[in-house]
Design a protein around this ligand. Sequence first.
Ligand SMILES: [Ca+2]
Ligand SMILES: [Ca+2]
Ligand SMILES: [Ca+2]
Ligand SMILES: [Ca+2]
Length: 378
Amino acid sequence: MIREIRGVVLLMLIVPPLAAAAQATAAVVPVVPNTQWPITQITDQYFSAVAGSPRVSGSNVVWHGHDGNDLEIFMYDGSTTQQLTNNDYMDTAPTVSGSNVVWHGDHNGQDREIFLYDGSTTTRITNNNTNDVEAEISGSNIVWRNSTGDRIFHYDGTTTTEISSGGGQDPQVDGSTAAWQNLDGADSDIFHRNLSTGVTTRITNNGYNDDLVVVSGSRLAWRGNVSIPDRRIFGYDGVSVREIATLNNNNPAIAISGSTVAWTDEDVFLYDFITDTTTQITNTPGLDAGSVQISGSNIVWHGFDGNDREIFLYDGQTITQITDNAVNDVRPQIDGSVIVWNVGDSIFVAVPEPTSLSLLAFAGFIVLKKKGRRRLFS
Ligand SMILES: [Ca+2]
Ligand SMILES: [Ca+2]
Ligand SMILES: [Ca+2]
Ligand SMILES: [Ca+2]
């Protein structure tokens, strides 16, 4: 009892005042069939769903697949598939930013190291005797966790810097901001670092575990495990912490892009940092939505259609049901308007057909180009 009271007092002292979570507006959007997003299967190789989704940046899709001996890294560039590794060790968990791909491999069958493929050559970023894992990349900034004391490292294309000296997990990076959760001896808190200035800021300091952090520019969102069963979504706008939502479900997926946070809490919800409003996008109780991802105004997730899981896309106006089949389509990722996901051991990609408007613009461009040429040579 005394401990409980102490805990409450402590919480009141160290938690900065939070804006109350805004009431969600239910703007439940009707679902339309997919008429504009042709689907291509890009591999039917063995794909370990345990290691996570395929990842996408621009039109580049990366994944690990089995070459008959062990796992290798593959990249599909929108038309052809390239095998980036060919060795005797397990290359897994790739992620991509532009033409830069990072992953970890258990080099020479020993501990795991981080590798970078820059579009032409592959470089080993780490060289030690312990596991380097959880690599993420944005532009030329790479972050990862080393298993010795759970230290977090940053590589800027030239230099490696230790950005957490211990207790770090789940590093994320976007542009010049890194974020991660870090144990403070009692529980985990959220930290972020400006990778340009080298300044690290502790975002939370409370008596419970904060995790699942996502980052977009200087904005963050994460889950606060306030108590059992009180789980909430919090956000940081670059200046202060705000409470975004109280969850019904303990295990949300959380994503962020620009000023928008998306999460699943059985249904799909959006929060906008600028307007400070929450919108409920779906209303299918019991048909749990999961694996939400966001890029700009495009949000993807998988949801149960009553028979199996399908991929859905909300573009700010309409929900399009991307898949409609009898198999489980799961773990979508999106960058721009390119969506990737997996079905069992296979990976699929959907790229929208040019709209009539962009076809017109393209036709206009050809006409202008021809006119220009004619003028040039006449
Ligand atoms: Ca290999
Ligand atoms: Ca290592
Ligand atoms: Ca905490
Ligand atoms: Ca399906």
